[in-house]
Design a protein around this ligand. Structure first.
Ligand code: PLP
Length: 372
């Protein structure tokens, strides 16, 4: 399965074949003339951006998006080919790195464009356009001003696109659908105004957007669905898309506890019967969320074993009373599927009121990533 030896305490297995399958399944759900920019920010949502991009380069992906200059440089230093777009802020002091590493920078505002110009930047860039999220971008509500700004900087920079971001494309309520359509409409109007510039990359679709709002010749900035997770719990992903990350640990100790005995910090769990408790050496310092205290479960021996007591920094305790014969050293699935039961990042997230994105990004550095 994998040859590298790693610390078998807490580790993540990433199935790059599944990643490829996700990419293919997603592209097949799009019109045939679509283009996909793979979003690999935050270390490819915790999956390891270098390994992920190497795999994607191999299957022909030639466009990536990251959040910052360090992420972009790391990819270039590992010889990742293709375009790299920085979706967020880069201090203008790094403008020369943008050019040196052949990276495309998003322009957040007119002021930011001025600042880049002041330091002599002439490289690749794209204007972010704000169509209603109020995060970054020039304000699409003032289309005349947008047009003026873009045209002004078009002659100074190697401007090759504009993009906007949809903030509720994962929701199908009537108001949210209307809002999204308005966002797309505003962006379309600006694109139209600038059509004589023949900007190569005009894009507005994220994972959810690509599924529900693909336009003609769509360009999708594909993030979460590439990793097999849902933008929102309510979404259905194209068939064949599955999480490509499994988080594993082992049983480090087993013990029997009697009725009335407590488990963990704060004595939040007390045994009501004779129980068998397994200790698992993964905790919140690994990114195993503390909200899973007395709330989550792990998969062991093909069974669900509930987390009992509070999640500690480096360990959790789970109830394996009904999990059959367990031995120390047995593998435990903290997140993923054993083929029968599943507890993936989306399910974990829903349980604690967050999103799968935050779960996978939050698995900390001390958890080795193993590629299978
Ligand atoms: C993160 C991000 C994406 C990817 O979104 P997903 O929901 O993960 O597909 C796309 N565009 C921008 C601007 C982003 O910041």
């Amino acid at each position: 399965m994998y040859s590298s030896s790693h610390l078998k305490r807490s580790w993540v297995e990433i199935d790059l074949t599944q990643l490829e399958a996700n990419y293919n399944a997603y592209s097949q759900a799009l019109p045939s003339d679509s283009k996909i920019i793979c979003v690999v920010k935050a270390d490819a949502y915790g999956h390891g951006s270098v390994k992920v991009c190497q795999k994607l380069n191999k299957i022909g992906v030639d466009y990536f998006a990251v959040s910052n200059i360090e992420e972009a440089k790391e990819l270039r230093k590992k010889n990742i080919k293709g375009d790299i777009l920085i979706l967020g802020y880069t201090p203008v002091e790094y403008a020369s790195d943008l050019v040196e590493y052949d990276i495309t920078q998003s322009i957040l505002s007119e002021e930011y464009a001025e600042a880049l110009m002041d330091v002599g930047f002439e490289g690749k860039c794209q204007f972010a356009v704000d169509t209603g999220m109020n995060r970054i971008g020039i304000n699409a509500d003032d289309i005349d001003s947008c047009e003026k700004i873009v045209r002004k900087f078009y002659s100074h920079f190697e401007l090759n696109g504009i993009f906007t971001h949809l903030c509720v494309s994962d929701s199908n309520t009537e108001e949210n659908v209307r809002f999204t359509k308005e966002q797309i409409c505003k962006f379309g109007a600006l694109t139209e105004r600038l059509s004589d510039l023949s900007l190569k990359y005009c894009h507005f679709l994220n994972s959810a957007g690509g599924l529900f709002y693909a336009n003609k010749k769509p360009i999708v900035r594909l993030g979460i669905a590439l990793y097999g997770l849902k933008p929102d719990y309510s979404n259905c992903l194209p068939s064949g898309i599955c999480p490509c990350m499994t988080w594993k640990s082992i049983v480090s100790m087993l013990k029997e506890v009697k009725p009335g005995e407590y488990i963990g910090y704060g004595r939040t769990f007390s045994a009501t019967e004779n129980m068998i408790i397994a200790t698992v050496p993964t905790g919140y310092a690994d990114g195993y969320r503390r909200e899973l205290s007395n709330n989550g479960y792990v998969l062991v021996n093909g069974k669900k074993a509930p987390v009992v007591g509070r999640v500690c920094m480096d360990q959790i305790m789970v109830d394996v009373t009904n999990a059959g014969k367990i031995c120390t050293g047995d593998e435990v699935i903290l997140m993923g599927t054993d083929g029968v039961n599943s507890f993936n990042a989306d399910e974990m997230a829903e349980r604690i009121g967050t999103i799968g994105y935050e779960i996978v990004c939050g698995i900390s550095k001390r958890v080795p990533r193993i590629y299978i």
